[in-house]
Design a protein around this ligand. Structure first.
Ligand code: ADP
Ligand code: MG
Length: 613
């Protein structure tokens, strides 16, 4: 069914275009791309000139935002009301930003350690989400003008290192701009897609994505397999990029011409021009009205920026060692970010990885192009192709004794559906509490509880007889649906749980480290608890067995069984696993020949059957 929307400005009725746009919301530049005739294309500004929209905002005296190059003129003349690098503020508190406070020419408001930072502009305050939304609106509008249609769905990219708060803030900015954000994807994933890497599901590849932008540098290593893009490791420097090259050139000119360092800011625009020129020429020369003749050779420029490139290569080394990989295991190297246009950067990166790099596409467009491809896949236009993410932490339920029973292990592909059978632990049990946890520890107490619900209406049956199926359905956005049903009677209940959000990547890393550190003590605790559970199960059936079959045996045999049972019961009060196991063994050895005679099939199967919850 087609959707319609009313354009409030013109009053006209428009079709809502089903297109999903791909957006690269960058620190220095942002872009939007769409699919045209099966090919991803960036969308240029209204003059058909620039695809790059400077990530700059200015708030005028009459409270109107201008976005992009139009805002640039105000950086020097009205710095307090001109916003750059708002991406750096996304999902951050004032305290998070304190160390870099001087970097910003505008005023950050101390909103306390628990709250997201705000920015003061004129007599108002804005969240970074609202400001990013202005950039997104401007890109959305660009596409709407081109298509003469309303667009309302988007895929937005973020750096691989963005934590949950930063991703959520990006999503919120999209929402505020009137976009339904179907997916947040990692920039290196998008860049790989733009080069068609990962589209052939049968190939397994390890890819390094080197992204040198205006103010930031990231290197990520991805493992791509079966449509799953897994970030093996990521490194970088959030204050290293093309801006630093400009500063080095400006400083060089100051030294050369005897200008004071206070000239550096005003020389930066010319410095950037020189840098870009030197990407395809050997010499830059210009006579400026203020500064006189300025020149720079490519080789001088290269010696200025060599230390900066070396710093990026150091991060490349680290990213490999973190992922336990050597250079030979990298199949492809992808160049992303405007600063990789510098020939020396390409040369050094290629030499470091000992292979030629992917640089055929515009490095400042690849991320947006990849986002458009992902959008197209989500729109269902590329058949047989479903790109998947993976779950960062295991999901499971609590079983008797507080044990974590993992149903979907960490690093599973999503969407996924897994069902597992359980049973009851008490005779006549008609209700069952299902508690859902996320984490890697063996005991649920150390994991994160996501929710719980009750399956009720189970017809009374002896313990171990009900067949309870718990099904976990995890969709591509990390939404978990849990369904519990008793298969003999058909009663069922389900709940929806938001699994991934609300947990930051730092928190996640801590949980993982914790699980490794505690693996051995957890294992011991789990083993003890399992012995206790087994003993409780054995004792439960022993009591029943004696009750039902006492007549079959002589009184000494019955008493001996009871004594061994009591011994076992007393060991389960303590924490000595071997004592419990020993008592269980003695009881089992004594009762086995007797049980063989009498044990009816139902009890036997219950003894070896499903785990009780
Ligand atoms: P971000 O992802 O951080 O928003 P971009 O990928 O758009 O940044 O990169 C912007 C940087 O690329 C700027 O520092 C700009 O000067 C630099 N850049 C753009 N074109 C060239 C070029 N031809 N040669 C060298 N550097 C360039
Ligand atoms: Mg970028």
């Amino acid at each position: 069914m087609p959707k319609f929307a009313i354009d409030l400005k013109s009053g006209s009725i428009k079709n809502e275009n089903p297109i999903i746009i791909g957006i690269d919301l960058g620190t220095t530049h942002s872009l939007v791309a769409i699919m045209e005739n099966g090919k991803a294309q960036v969308v240029k500004d209204e003059f058909g000139e620039n695809a790059l929209l400077a990530s700059l905002l200015h708030l005028s005296e009459d409270n109107v935002f201008s976005v992009g190059e139009k805002a640039r003129v105000h950086i020097e003349e009205d710095p307090q009301n001109t916003i750059y690098s708002v991406k750096r503020l996304m999902g951050k508190s004032y305290d998070d930003l304190l160390a870099y406070k001087d970097f910003y020419g505008y005023e950050l408001l101390d909103t306390g350690p628990e709250n997201l930072v705000k920015i003061k502009l004129r007599d108002k305050s804005f969240t970074p989400i609202e400001l990013s939304a202005e950039i997104l609106k401007s890109l959305k509008f660009r596409v709407e003008k081109l298509l003469d249609n309303i667009v309302s769905k988007a895929v937005i990219t973020v750096p691989a290192y963005f934590n949950d708060a930063q991703r959520q803030a990006t999503r919120d900015a999209g929402k505020l701009a009137g976009l339904e954000v179907l997916r947040i994807i990692n920039e290196p994933t998008a860049a790989s897609l733009a080069y068609g890497i990962g589209l052939d599901k049968s190939v397994v590849q390890t890819v390094a994505v080197y992204d040198l932008g205006g103010g930031t540098f990231d290197i990520s290593v991805l493992q791509i397999q079966d449509g799953v893009f897994e970030v093996l490791s990521t490194h970088g420097d959030t204050f290293l990029g093309g801006d630093d090259m400009d500063k080095l050139i400006a400083r060089h000119w100051c030294d050369q011409k005897g200008f004071p360092p206070t000239f550096i800011p005003s020389l930066r625009k010319l410095a950037e021009k020189a840098k870009k020129h030197l990407s395809d020429h050997d010499l830059f020369q210009e006579t400026d009205t203020r500064f006189g003749e300025l020149s720079l050779t490519r080789s001088r420029f290269e010696s200025l920026i060599k230390p900066l490139i070396d710093r990026t290569l150091l991060a490349c080394k680290k990213v490999l060692s973190d992922a336990n990989l050597d250079i030979n295991s990298i199949d492809q190297v992808i160049m992303v970010g405007g600063s990789t246009r510098v020939p020396l950067v390409k040369k050094e990166v290629s030499a470091f990885f000992q292979k030629s790099v992917f640089d055929q596409l515009n490095p400042d467009e690849v991320v947006a192009l990849g986002a458009a491809i992902q959008a197209d896949i989500l729109a269902g236009n590329q058949e047989d192709l479903l790109l998947l993410d993976i779950t960062p932490l295991s999901l499971g339920i609590e079983t008797v004794g507080g044990l974590m029973d993992t149903i979907i292990p960490r690093n599973s592909k999503v969407p996924t559906k897994v069902g597992r059978n359980y049973t009851t632990s008490v005779d006549g049990q008609t209700k069952l509490m299902v508690s859902v946890f996320q984490g890697e520890r063996d005991l649920v107490a150390y994991n994160r509880k996501l929710g719980e619900f009750v399956l009720s209406g189970i017809p009374p049956m002896p313990a171990g007889i009900p067949k309870i199926e718990i099904q976990f359905l995890l969709d591509a956005d990390g939404i978990l649906k849990v369904k519990a049903s008793e298969l003999r009677s058909g009663v069922e209940t389900s709940v929806i749980i938001q699994a991934q959000y609300g947990i930051s990547e730092e928190e996640m890393a801590l949980l993982l480290i914790d699980s490794i550190k505690n693996a051995s003590s957890d294992l011991a605790a789990r083993a003890l608890q399992e012995s206790k559970n087994e003993a409780a199960n054995v004792l439960h059936h022993l009591d029943k067995f004696i009750l039902q079959n006492a007549g079959l045996f002589d009184i000494n045999e019955v008493n001996k069984m009871k004594d061994l049972g009591e011994l076992l019961r007393s060991t389960t009060k303590g924490d000595d696993k071997s004592a419990i196991d020993q008592a269980m063994h003695e009881l089992n050895s004594f009762t086995r020949p007797l049980a063989e005679v009498a044990l009816d099939h139902a009890v036997a199967s219950a003894l070896v059957g499903n785990k009780p919850i």
